[in-house]
Design a protein around this ligand. Structure first.
Ligand code: NAD
Length: 312
């Protein structure tokens, strides 16, 4: 297939592009390099510096390339910034996704797979029977920030384009994704931040008591979920987590062992409203897509450390 990967210069999108190329697909990348880097773009992919808000530029590209499918990874994805500066989150995440859907309708693109988010869409979500964890696709979404709300809105738009125009879609609700190429500066995930600080022998900070639990999926597993979703006829929303809740203290301890880092973490106040535990039940993805997470945490963390050491 000829596949457009939006956000393919970013962390997850570049791994999706690698995986699709390795499977023999043709890959065209669109990214405005807001947080992505051109050096992440695989050599066999074609790269266009286009902002997904730019309908006219995308229209020209869609007309020229005649894509079979889209892997939509581009987004503004900083939870905190989505509250302090909300407008670009609606513009990039919602309008950008609508541009892709509108042009898919116009140019006959048959399938779109979008990066959604488990953590931010479910928030404190509860199921009908009052249970909370692990989150399944039937859990009632309760986003607690504008970022999560924009992603949920995109899922509704995907569904209505499917109902009205027959465009197939899969929204993959990711957990906390970690792996090589994740940025350790700024608001990146805790794995990249800890590993970056430990390798520089800098102090590390943990918010609260470090018992907050998340579902950490290795980026290679998430990229494979994208490939399987693009190749499948299934339509709908799929969690792609490990189903294993891991607390921040465990991430810190495991990375410290790999790096032989000896400083104790500094515990600081927990931010207001922080969700204490989220993890995802991904049995629907196993059943329909034949996907499950394969890379154990310790192995994935070793890959991160090796990559950081090589790229120093
Ligand atoms: P990232 O910032 O590395 O990748 C996002 C990419 O989108 C970047 O390359 C950026 O330059 C590009 N982009 C941003 N705005 C754009 C625009 N207007 N036009 C074109 N390109 C634009 O982040 P990531 O972690 O790789 O995230 C990829 C996707 O996965 C995002 O949709 C994000 O919401 C989702 N996600 C990530 C995680 C995670 O743990 N990393 C968890 C849940 C969901």
């Amino acid at each position: 297939m000829k596949i457009l990967v939006t956000g393919g210069a970013g962390f997850i999108g570049s791994h999706v592009a690698d995986t699709l190329l390795a499977a023999g697909h043709q890959v065209v990348i669109v990214d405005n390099l807001h947080t992505g880097h051109e050096y992440n773009v695989p050599a066999q992919a074609t790269f266009h510096n286009i902002d997904i808000r730019n309908h006219a530029a995308l229209d020209e590209l869609f007309a020229a390339e005649q894509f079979d499918a889209i892997s939509h990874q581009a987004a503004m994805a900083n939870v905190r910034e989505s509250m302090s500066n909300p407008a670009p989150y609606a513009e990039v995440n919602v309008i950008g996704t609508l541009n892709l859907l509108d042009l898919s309708r116009k140019h006959g693109v048959k399938k779109i797979v979008m990066a959604s988010t488990g953590g931010a869409v479910y928030g404190e979500g509860y199921s009908e029977d009052g249970s909370r964890l692990p989150f399944t696709e039937k859990t009632w979404p309760q986003p607690k920030d504008n970022y999560g709300a924009t992603k949920l809105s995109c899922e509704f738009h995907l569904d209505l384009y499917h109902a009205n125009y027959g465009i197939k879609y899969i929204a993959l609700r990711y957990p906390n994704v970690y792996g090589p190429r994740q940025d350790s500066k700024g608001e990146a995930g805790v794995v990249a931040i800890f590993a970056g600080a430990m390798l520089a022998d800098q102090p590390t900070k943990i918010t609260g008591d470090g018992t907050q639990k998340r579902d950490y999926a290795y980026v290679g597993d998430v990229a494979r979920a994208n490939k399987l979703a693009l190749e499948s006829d299934a339509v709908g929303i799929y969690n792609v987590g490990t189903g294993v809740p891991t607390d921040v203290n465990t991430i810190h301890r495991t990375l410290a062992q790999v790096i032989e880092y000896e400083q104790e973490p500094i515990y600081v106040a927990r931010p207001a409203g922080e969700v204490l535990a989220t993890y995802l039940d991904s049995s629907k993805a196993r059943r329909d897509l034949g996907w499950e997470a394969e890379v154990p945490l310790a192995e994935g963390l070793r890959h991160v450390v090796e990559w950081m050491q090589e790229s120093k």
